[in-house]
Design a protein around this ligand. Structure first.
Ligand code: HEC
Length: 113
């Protein structure tokens, strides 16, 4: 009985927060905190963020402080980060289930590493 209430409450809260996040996409171009959470679930098992050492893919610490991306040597731009996620260079699998805003948020997060 109690579990049902808790589940109901959680679903309600989730629905509300989804509505709010859609109605107000945020003032910044991307949301760093949201990007970090997405990164942890979608990218973190293959990429370090606190070093440049290779995990499965290259560590991404300071990636936006460089001129070129670590593997492809393409210029570090938002555009190329988006390409890497949608249509990756070499061995990284595409991460298809991310919205435009998700990618913006992840990119915003990568900028502060
Ligand atoms: C299953 C492992 C895996 C996942 C998940 C993954 N990557 Fe990668 N990523 C790689 C590998 C491997 C490479 C290097 C490609 C190579 O060496 O062939 C790479 C390369 C990159 C590069 C450098 C590209 C370049 O042009 O040099 C960036 C930036 C990157 N990944 C970002 C991301 C982001 C952002 C996500 C999450 C949305 C992500 N990756 C998810 C494995 C992964």
């Amino acid at each position: 009985m109690r579990v049902k209430w808790i589940l109901g409450g959680l679903t309600f809260f989730l629905a509300i927060s989804l509505c709010i996040s859609h109605a107000e996409p945020g003032k910044r171009w991307g949301d760093i905190e949201r990007g970090e959470n997405l990164f942890i679930t979608k990218c973190g098992f293959c990429h370090h963020t606190d070093s440049k050492d290779t995990k499965v893919g290259p560590g991404l610490k300071g990636v936006f402080k460089k001129k070129v991306l670590p593997v492809s040597k393409r210029p570090v731009t938002r555009e190329n980060i988006r390409n890497q996620i949608r249509n990756p260079f070499a061995n990284m699998p595409a991460v298809p289930d991310l919205s435009k805003q998700d990618i913006r948020d992840i990119t915003e997060y990568l900028r502060v590493l």
